[in-house]
Design a protein around this ligand. Sequence first.
Ligand code: ZN
Length: 219
Amino acid sequence: MIELSGHKVLVDPWITNPLSPYKSVEDFVNEVKSVDFIVVTHDHGDHVGDAIDLMRRFKGAMLVGVYELANELGSRAGALDRIIGANVGGPIRLSRDLTAVLTPAHHSSTIGDPVGVVLISREGAIYHAGDTGLFSEMSLIAELYDVKVALLPVGGHFTMGVREALKAVELIKPKYVIPIHYNTFDLIKVDVQELVEGVRLAKIPTNVIVLKPGESLNL
Ligand code: ZN
């Protein structure tokens, strides 16, 4: 969950994942009370997560995603009036001070193309890469949106691993990077300290922030 310009945005909300501090979607909903936007980057189960259930419970939430996937999830949630189906490219105006841009992601997806997302507000831009391999145009994303925080997958096998993520940090040079998509299960187990060390040795001016599941951070 990202809080930006007074909005709460969930990206790929798999609330009931094995490392989640919440026992159920209901526990999460009771604590968080409301969210404004739910962004889903692609249709894999660990990314759609509990989006449909959450759309039913958070009656004020809008679902943002690639057109075909947004339609599918909106229809399954009985919430076709609360979807923002878009595509890779230019700005999607979510509110007066919150804009989203869907970015390419090198990955697979059955319904619609997989994407990442940049959330832009007066407080800065946050790039959530979604599930992706490394691609050189990440430097364009950085150039256009002046990324303050990048959330990058590092677990390997399905996405970038540590070595590739280190190159991504070098291309994006965000102020902060938060590694994601690792250690949830055995196939994506990595030692995330290798990224911390790699960024330090390469003298890249980025702070790597390693969050524990359930932990939050104010920037
Ligand atoms: Zn995936």
